[in-house]
Design a protein around this ligand. Structure first.
Ligand SMILES: NC(=O)c1ccc[n+]([C@@H]2O[C@H](COP(=O)([O-])OP(=O)(O)OC[C@H]3O[C@@H](n4cnc5c(N)ncnc54)[C@H](O)[C@@H]3O)[C@@H](O)[C@H]2O)c1
Length: 468
């Protein structure tokens, strides 16, 4: 692993931070390439260090418990699939469910009863009824698959009520809210885990094993993306009711974590390296307006106007000198891809379809991963393949739920903590900021306050500090 962190990048940043301190509250200006110290200073609300909310949550295991008691807020598309998986995992009880829509609460209650558990208490009395759910004294973990703007208020309420918050992606949409999650988790000693299922994909976990085995050598570059034609979804009666709105006012990488989470694990982000800065540009907007124009003339949504460019391309540089290409496009007619690429001094892997190149293998061509699969299959997939085959997204949803609840039951350190939730969600607001400034570099805050430098392995039973 090349180590450039003590090189000029760091000292330049320290100089710039001093300049920012002298200049005082510079606001949200991105780091430009212009020569003046003020123009280059890190934006106060993004990169400036913050006082700690309490001791770190890095390396803190759950307190072991034989049965995990769950509350669910949100029984829409994602909540339905999460609940289905949870009910197929031993050592789990679902004691409370909440949704704005009464029928969705009832259907969740029926599902739980059908699985042989007691009918859970339902909450459907308005937008803030979740506050009553989180106060219950028979919950350990609150699952939060709701629209993006509710993630932070719900996760904060859950943690403040003494529950671990398992929140859908992206955990937060502003840097301020990323910090709010970090500070609340530290203060309350509750975990905030972002439910990044792609980290548990069969290929992703196989590549993680390959990376650990050194198959690709010293890693220098990775790529992740969310390239998914959601034109229909953005105009449907589920996500369409709230997700299209994000495209009205925001322009950037709105959904960064599916591509970035697995890549962050390959690169030991927050476990020996960290995302340091990002540059971003968006293409023009075209495909969503073309979709809108096919609606009947009487449809009020014909008035929609969109700000978000069809394709956003961001590049992240890490403290240890690696680069990550991160793309977002949910409107172009095209096959699905998260890119899922990693490259180093000895070879490379690319997904969609999966293919590999190992230095010295002869032909300068991608090869099939088939001959590698047995050797590098992840233990979670060896163990869970049969059960996972019935679950969504190629089985990775079940593997994620099973593994995260294993961490809770057995008192392990979670694979993904609040610092990961913050670092993987941050590219959304940071890319918006960079796009606004014409592609200037913006700095990531160090949500770990320096602890990223401690090497740790992800997805193992890690040694315990004090359990929570
Ligand atoms: N990890 C994945 O693969 C994946 C896949 C799909 C969606 N998601 C994420 O899951 C989340 C939910 O997406 P979805 O597709 O289920 O959306 P959805 O619109 O189908 O469901 C959201 C549900 O939340 C409920 N809700 C909204 N506000 C509420 C409130 N204040 N209190 C209680 N309930 C409330 C709605 O009534 C609805 O039933 C989003 O964050 C999305 O990004 C993740």
């Amino acid at each position: 692993m090349g180590d450039e962190k003590k090189g000029p990048a760091v000292s330049r940043r320290r100089v710039l931070q001093s300049a920012a301190a002298v200049a005082g509250g510079l606001g949200l200006k991105a780091i430009g390439l212009a020569p003046s110290a003020e123009a280059q200073a890190p934006p106060a609300t993004t990169a400036a260090p913050r006082a700690s909310g309490g001791a770190t949550m890095i390396g803190v295991p759950f307190e072991p418990r034989p049965v995990v008691r769950i509350g669910l807020i949100g029984h829409g598309g994602r909540g339905t699939s999460l609940l289905h998986d949870l009910l197929g995992i031993p050592g789990v009880t679902v004691n409370a469910v909440c949704d704005l829509v009464k029928e969705r609460v009832e259907s969740a209650q029926n599902e739980v009863e059908k699985a042989g558990q007691k009918r859970p208490q339902g909450y459907s009395s308005g937008e803030h009824d979740f506050e009553n759910l989180v106060k219950r004294d028979d919950l350990d973990v609150v699952y939060i698959p709701t629209p993006w703007r509710w993630h932070v208020p719900m996760a904060v309420a859950a943690m403040e009520a003494g529950k671990h918050a398992f929140v859908e992606v992206p955990a937060a949409t502003t840097i301020e809210d990323c910090w709010r999650l970090v500070e609340t988790s530290e203060k309350t000693r509750r975990h905030c885990v972002m439910l990044e299922n792609c980290c548990y994909g069969e290929n992703e976990l196989m590549v993680l094993n390959m990376v650990r085995a050194g198959l690709f050598g010293d890693l220098t570059h990775a790529e992740g993306a969310y390239l998914h034609d959601l034109r229909k979804v953005l105009y449907d009666d589920h996500e369409g009711l709230w997700r299209r709105d994000e495209h009205f006012t925001r322009n950037g990488n709105l959904y960064p974590t599916h591509g970035l989470g697995p890549v962050a694990h390959y690169l030991d982000i927050n476990r020996g390296d960290r995302f340091e800065r990002l540059v971003s540009l968006s293409s023009k907007e075209a495909s969503l307006s073309a979709t809108r124009d096919k609606l009947p003339a009487s449809d009020p949504r014909r008035k929609d106007t969109f700000t978000c460019g069809d394709m956003n391309t961001s590049i992240i540089r890490t403290e240890r000198g690696r680069t990550v290409l991160l793309q977002h496009d949910v409107v172009t007619p095209r096959p699905y891809s998260r890119l899922n690429h990693v490259a180093g001094t000895k070879g490379a892997f690319y997904d969609y379809p999966p293919r590999i190149f190992v230095d010295g293998s002869g032909k300068e061509e991608w090869a099939s991963v088939k001959p590698y699969r047995k050797q590098y299959e992840h233990a979670l997939w060896t163990r869970l393949r049969k059960l996972a085959s019935k679950s969504g997204h190629g089985g990775m949803d079940y593997v994620m739920s099973w593994r995260l609840l294993q961490c809770v039951r057995e008192g392990l350190v979670p694979d993904m903590d609040v610092y990961d939730a913050a670092a993987w969600s941050a590219p959304a607001p940071l890319s918006e900021e960079s796009v606004k400034s014409g592609g200037s570099a913006v700095e990531f805050p160090d949500f770990t306050r320096g602890r990223w430098q401690e090497p740790r392995l992800v997805l193992v039973g890690e040694p315990a500090r004090t359990a929570v």
